[in-house]
Design a protein around this ligand. Structure first.
Ligand code: SF4
Length: 89
């Protein structure tokens, strides 16, 4: 099954909270820091960014959250090919 990578440029988050509203199972918007974070324990997190590998069955929901982010800092990449699914350049 196809796998995808989500790359979230956390440092650029403006705290809109739209990602959590679109996909609350995957995103948590921290009211105290005004920054979103991925909920999954398998996400790789640094001060700058977060990364998550996920399965095709979650693609639609992750795309929905990426598309509502007003600053487009959530990227989705097809793991095997490196093809950027979102945002399209
Ligand atoms: S939608 Fe984008 S800007 Fe808003 S909290 Fe989520 S990642 Fe941050």
């Amino acid at each position: 099954m196809t796998k995808y990578k989500l790359l979230y440029r956390k440092k650029e988050c403006i705290g809109a909270g739209a990602c959590e509203a679109a996909f609350p199972e995957a995103w948590f918007f921290d009211q105290e820091t005004s920054i979103a974070t991925l909920k999954s324990s398998s996400a790789k997190k640094t001060a700058e960014s977060e990364e998550l590998i996920f399965e095709a069955e979650d693609l639609e929901k992750h795309l929905e959250a990426a598309q509502v982010c007003p600053v487009q800092i959530i990227e989705i990449i097809e793991l095997a090919t490196g093809k950027k699914i979102y945002p399209r350049s």
